[in-house]
Design a protein around this ligand. Structure first.
Ligand SMILES: Cc1ncc(C[n+]2csc(CCO)c2C)c(N)n1
Length: 237
């Protein structure tokens, strides 16, 4: 069994819970509460900014130009394309995107970002890719399932969001997610079983954190002492 098949098999209960999450179901049925959409975009905007820095860290571990290009493309994708699905949510919520670009990470976003940095700190590309892969993989799975359900119909205000994430790369039929699984399999074939176990942990925790990200937005879960934390500045320490 390929390592990527093992990853998907182990992640299945988490993926099922993501498909069934009320936020994700709401995208399919065309209704998500406004506060949830706003909280999501606020958190995702800052999460993706952090993600760019994590990719930049990944680049420092590479020598092969094709591999460097992959992460450079990922950065470009976040900066220039990932704004479209955010605009879909903003339009439905009736808010200006610019209003939502000043948030600080809520607990689960903070945990997800810290998890990604921990993967980057191991210095192993297999861990970095495994931790990263939950992101494109779960979004492709969500969108593809919703296309199969014909949730991307004209009546659905989230049609643009679903179509965006269901898209394959350019003209080819392979998605970014497929390419990463192939890359993970190549690296895993030269790895020890202990290294594969570690990568598996990074992947599964990222998958859970994807679920947590939806949950956090749906219920607007923030720091209990948010005011205390955000009102303190360095000069008070
Ligand atoms: C929490 C969270 N997880 C995944 C994505 C989606 N996403 C972000 S980057 C990327 C692929 C980059 O190559 C994809 C699919 C998101 N927006 N927010």
């Amino acid at each position: 069994m390929l390592f990527s098949e093992e990853l998907r098999a182990h992640a299945q209960p988490i993926m099922t819970a993501i498909h069934e999450h009320p936020f994700v179901r709401g995208i399919a049925t065309g209704y998500v509460p406004r506060e949830a959409l706003i909280f999501y975009v606020e958190q995702d905007f800052q999460y993706l900014s952090e993600f760019i820095k994590i990719y930049a860290t990944a680049i420092t571990k590479l020598t092969d130009r094709t591999e460097i290009k992959f992460f450079a493309n990922a950065i470009d994708f976040i900066l220039n394309s990932e704004i479209h699905p955010h605009h879909v949510f903003c339009d439905v919520a009736g808010v200006q995107y610019e209003m939502l670009q000043h948030a600080t990470p809520a607990p689960k976003a903070y945990l997800y970002e810290s998890h990604m940095y921990r993967a980057a700190d191991t210095g192993l590309l297999l861990n970095i890719l495994a931790a990263f892969q939950a992101c494109p993989w779960t979004y492709h799975e969500i969108a593809n399932k919703q296309v199969q359900e014909k949730a991307n119909n004209q009546a659905n205000p989230f049609k643009g969001w679903i179509d965006f994430y269901a898209k394959t790369d350019d003209d080819s039929q392979t998605t970014v997610s497929d390419q990463i699984f192939d890359w993970i399999d190549r690296l895993a074939s030269d790895a020890t079983s202990l290294q594969r176990e570690e990568a598996m942990q990074f992947f599964l925790k990222s998958c859970e954190l994807e679920w947590q990200f939806w949950e956090q937005a749906f219920y607007q879960q923030d720091w209990k002492f948010k005011k205390t934390i955000s009102s303190a500045t360095l000069k008070h320490i």
